[in-house]
Design a protein around this ligand. Structure first.
Ligand code: AMP
Ligand code: GLY
Length: 420
């Protein structure tokens, strides 16, 4: 098969690495890709937000299967354009991508199917929102309705902070994404992520993970896109997993199908778990980054078979072959991230690192400047390892980091602490 992966981050490098190992993959193209993906795929310049351009490129290159990495092209209808052209594709329609693109939509779905989630109210008027929050009191959570690149959520421990967040969002600070806000009850508990493939009717869990959102050790510093992750998540034991599937995930899939907008792709569910009961915090409609790096490390080549079964509507006959393993990834980011940081700083030492089924360096934001590998983003490398236990995976990942020569990078030294 000829396979095209859309995206350019560590998530897409991990997907490409897994897919490339499967003998079904004859030719792998990544658009736009990055310097690390160039080792496993041909990288092609392509505007991945333009459905017509993606269809034209896929047809010209005789692509049999397209895997869409990020949420933006999904919300923009790139999967719809591919399916309309008869090209097999992994990723939901724009209508089903509303589960990530609109927080209010997800709340409506939860109401309709009875899935447990935080209590909420929706506002487009700031003074009504302020009255509501004064009544509810803090802590309270304010969310911009639309896609805000991970920045549209404020967990306010004090009322003043909550009032300021609403003024900012409804005052245009988030553009269209903030024209409406969802104000939610604050949930206590432990968070975990759950990844479930769905072909529109059936569901197949493909792993759990926990990430580390804060920039610095001890969960200090500003929020980031994620500084590291590990899989599996111990809090997602068999009973919590079963409840999450039967009370939240399957009812969501059924409700989407009932509305005539079936969900095909990967559902990335964030839960808050307290006393063994999961509540939905949010859905994403694509794999997580950096969670995918640990999921792919564990799934390996079978990831392609699973995504194909998903796209072809035969997930009921698919199964995951689990090795009783653990994986952990440490993000190396440019100093200054998530604030201002320099691009173009040189990175060395990677050639000396083992790359095998237990050790991988996934590239998140790199490029070649002549012969030199340089940083080209905030999150730059994902040092990823697998082991028989979480502590073995962690030791391996941190041992690899010692070999990376990058003056201008930083990383957290405590990834996995909660589970260890
Ligand atoms: P989201 O983008 O919806 O995942 O929110 C980002 C983060 O905010 C989540 O990972 C949680 O840590 C936190 N969060 C979101 N909603 C709530 C809530 N209702 N209660 C407590 N924390 C929340
Ligand atoms: N790591 C969180 C995300 O991919 O949204």
């Amino acid at each position: 098969m000829n396979i095209l992966i859309l995206g350019s981050g560590g998530r897409e490098h991990a997907l490409a690495w897994a897919v490339k190992q499967n003998p079904k993959c004859d030719r792998l193209i990544a658009a736009p890709g990055n310097a690390g993906m160039a080792d496993v795929a041909e990288c092609a310049a392509l505007d991945i937000m333009d459905g017509a351009a993606v269809v034209e490129f896929a047809a010209a290159q005789s692509v049999d299967f397209v895997i869409i990495g990020p949420e933006a092209p999904l919300a923009a209808g790139v999967a719809d354009a591919l399916r309309a052209a008869g090209i097999l594709c992994f990723g939901p329609s724009a209508a089903a991508a509303q589960l990530e693109a609109s927080k209010a939509f997800t709340k409506e779905i939860c109401d309709a199917c009875g899935a447990p989630t935080a209590g909420y109210a929706r506002f487009s008027d700031a003074s009504e929102a302020r009255d509501y929050m004064r009544n509810q009191g803090a802590p309270i959570v304010i969310k911009a309705d639309g896609l805000a690149a991970g920045k549209g959520v404020v967990v306010a421990m004090e009322l003043d902070e909550a009032l300021a967040a609403v003024d900012d969002m409804l005052g245009g600070g988030f553009g269209e994404a903030g024209a409406e806000v969802v104000i939610e009850e604050f949930l206590e508990g432990e968070e975990a992520s759950f990844f479930i493939l769905s072909d529109g009717a059936h569901v197949l869990p493909v792993g759990t993970a926990q990430d580390h959102k804060r920039a610095f050790d001890g969960d200090a510093g500003p929020n980031t896109g994620g500084m590291g992750a590990y899989s599996p998540a111990p809090v997602m034991d068999a009973s919590v997993t079963q409840r999450a599937l039967s009370e939240i995930v399957q009812p969501t899939i059924d409700e989407m199908a009932r509305r005539g907008t079936p969900f095909q792709g990967v559902l990335f569910a964030g839960f808050m778990i307290k006393d063994g009961a999961p509540k939905l915090v949010e859905y994403n409609v694509r794999f997580g980054d950096p969670e995918t790096q640990v999921l792919m490390m564990r799934l390996g080549a079978q990831a392609l078979d699973l995504m194909l079964a998903c796209a072809q509507g035969r997930l009921d006959r698919a199964q995951v072959n689990w090795a009783d393993d653990h994986a952990l990834t440490v993000v190396m980011a440019a100093k200054g991230y998530p604030g201002k940081y320099a691009k173009g700083t040189p990175i060395g030492g990677l050639d000396g690192l083992a790359e095998d089924s237990a050790h991988m360096v996934f590239h998140a934001g790199t490029k070649m400047a002549g012969e030199q590998l340089v940083a080209n983003g905030g999150r730059v490398l994902n040092i990823t390892a697998r082991g028989a236990s979480l502590s073995e995976a962690r030791e391996r990942a941190y041992a690899m980091i010692k070999g990376v020569e990058w003056e201008d990078g930083f990383y957290r030294s405590d990834i996995g602490w909660r589970a260890l």
